[in-house]
Design a protein around this ligand. Structure first.
Ligand SMILES: [Zn+2]
Length: 570
């Protein structure tokens, strides 16, 4: 490829809306251009990288025994209605109507589509296991698209769905994907942290997310250095320590004019936040429920949702809180007669002489003894693990870090095969529901995170496996003869099958070197004065900056050798 015929519009300045390295560099290196908020076009250089990433994913998926399909991106509303998700997917799903008024969704995910497709092609246990995947566009109406292609409205995903006869089969399919995902990210030079994850609304049982550590990550991870426990904060457990019990005092009402928040209570009562029974009213699938946790802890809404078995959970608006507790917001507590479902965090049982709202304006109870003053009707771990909490496995102190999710694998269970009535006949001729797993990788986001991990102040430093070209050749010849001698070298490399792009533009050396560094191909070769005078071509490695020269006759071998050693790193 000649750069004079290949648009790589590099920019000298950072785009004003780019706050992260990958977004900045993808625009400046001429890989992408913004079309509108959350939507990006890929230019030729960017597309080459994207394709290489896709090829690595495809290769590992095929190797793991998965088979490739291609599904429509416009998915029929009937499928979503069958699973029940037409009403639960929320405003992130883009819904449209055709001229006949038929409803569709621009697919944000394809569980329904694949379940329906598999329903139409399998009938016997002999047809299973099947792991069906595709590499296709997804749509999500992001309220706040940001960080370039890391959070966009339209993106490419590899999504796979496994169908097995029983749990043992699912375990095999799941483990094959765990291995494939590790291979995929390693081959791209991307360091990921696999973490235990919440299965959320997908209704599954086991789940692992592949996180790229990053300050801009939207996920918080809890990590134990000692034993290697790693979990998404949504899911993270922690080991608890409880204070020893004190002799119980009598329950008494205390006047607390306008004292509502935990901070205000701590200074009013002059005691530790862990003494308070923080009581919060939520709406779980539209019904009010109360969650009670000690005042030094925050509620993990994912855990609470799971404990309640709710599919939707939100904080109750003030008027509902007032209706339920018959008091202003800030005075709710578990000593009451209002008969709503109440979940107590595991911390509550161990509080002695606690303090809680009395469900009356400006009144709190002190001397609260759980079990005596109220019944612990339902108990669960609904607390958010935080930095410094004890590891649930080994007890050492955990730390937190932020991460970007690039891949997610999980066991879905029977949710879709049951709701959409997918069955096969087993060995005895009995119709059974296959058990499913689901496995995704965000392709564009993976590309961005590779840049987050591989760049310097001059530009991108691509791992060889995903580099747009292996060699960026800079020609500095001016005379017709020099240019002809440079063209010869370019032809020689092309003929040898080397992935080379040739900067043949009539621009200054400084400008050309700047573009080469920005684009970040593993090798830059320069055909300039040292070649025209002494016959030596300069080879520079983008990563280490190491420089060497060699004569034309040895160039192809030398390049092949370096490229092979670069591949050896991943
Ligand atoms: Zn540990």
């Amino acid at each position: 490829m000649r750069l004079s015929r290949y648009p790589v519009p590099t920019l000298k300045e950072d785009p004003s809306d780019a706050v992260v390295a990958s977004h900045r560099l993808m625009i400046r290196a001429g890989l992408i251009r913004k079309e509108s908020a959350g939507m990006y076009a890929y230019l030729p250089l960017g597309l080459r990288v994207l394709r290489k990433i896709i090829e690595i994913i495809r290769d590992e998926m095929d190797r793991a025994g998965a088979v490739e399909f291609l599904m429509p991106e416009l998915t029929n509303a009937d499928l979503w209605k069958e699973s029940g998700r037409w009403h639960t997917m929320g405003p992130e799903m883009i819904r449209i109507k055709d001229r006949n008024g038929l409803e569709y969704a621009l697919a944000p995910t394809h569980e329904e589509a694949f379940t329906a497709m598999v329903r139409s092609i399998v009938s016997s246990y002999r047809d299973l296991p099947l792991n069906a995947y595709q590499i296709n566009t997804k749509f999500r109406d992001e309220i706040r698209p940001r960080f370039g292609v890391i959070r966009s409205k339209e993106f490419i995903m590899k999504d796979a769905y496994s169908f097995d006869l029983d749990e043992e089969g699912l375990e095999k399919s799941y483990q094959a994907m765990r291995v494939a995902y590790r291979n995929i990210f390693r081959r791209m030079g991307l360091e990921t942290i696999p973490v235990e994850a919440d299965t959320g609304t997908m209704g599954g049982s086991q789940s692992e997310e592949f996180m790229v550590p990053s300050a801009i990550g939207e996920e918080v991870l809890l990590l134990c250095e000692k034993c290697g426990y790693r979990a998404n904060q949504e899911k993270a457990d922690f080991r608890r320590t409880f204070p020893s019990a004190e002799p119980p005092e009598n329950l008494k009402e205390v006047s607390t004019p306008n004292i509502r928040t935990i901070d205000e209570l701590v200074s009013f009562f002059n005691c530790d936040a862990s003494k308070f029974l923080k009581s919060i009213i939520y709406l779980a699938d539209g019904k009010p429920v109360m969650a009670v946790i000690s005042g030094d802890r925050e509620i993990n809404e994912h855990k609470l949702k799971r404990a309640l078995g709710a599919s939707e959970l939100e904080l109750a608006p003030d008027h509902i809180v007032e209706d339920v507790t018959r008091a202003p917001v800030g005075f709710a507590g578990p000593i009451n007669d209002f008969n709503i479902r109440t979940i107590f965090d595991a911390s509550i049982r161990h509080i002695s002489n606690g303090i809680t709202g009395a469900n009356k304006k400006d009144v709190h109870f002190a001397g609260v003894t759980p079990g005596r003053d109220f019944t612990i009707s339902e108990e669960a771990d609904i607390a958010l693990a935080i930095d410094g909490d004890a590891c649930p496995k080994c007890g050492s102190s955990m730390s937190t870090t932020r991460g970007i999710e690039v891949g997610h694998i999980f066991k879905l269970g029977y949710k879709y095969s049951m709701s959409m009535n997918l069955t096969v006949l087993d060995k005895n001729g009995k119709a059974v529901h296959p058990i499913m797993g689901c496995y995704g990788i965000g392709v564009n986001r993976t590309m961005a995170t590779i840049i987050e991990q591989h760049h310097d102040e001059r530009g991108i430093i691509w791992p060889v496996s995903v580099a747009p070209f292996h060699v960026w050749m800079v020609g500095l010849g001016k005379s017709e003869e020099e240019i002809a001698r440079t063209d010869e070298i370019y032809e020689m490399l092309k003929k040898a099958g080397i992935e080379v792009i040739y900067d043949d533009r009539p621009l200054s050396p400084g400008f050309k070197f700047g573009d080469a560094d920005m684009a970040g191909c593993p090798l830059r070769i320069t055909v300039g004065k040292t070649y025209f005078k002494e016959g030596n071509i300069e080879i520079k490695r983008r990563g280490s900056g190491e420089m060497e020269t060699c004569p034309k006759e040895e160039l192809v071998e030398k390049i092949k050798e370096i490229i092979a050693s670069e591949f050896g790193k991943y």
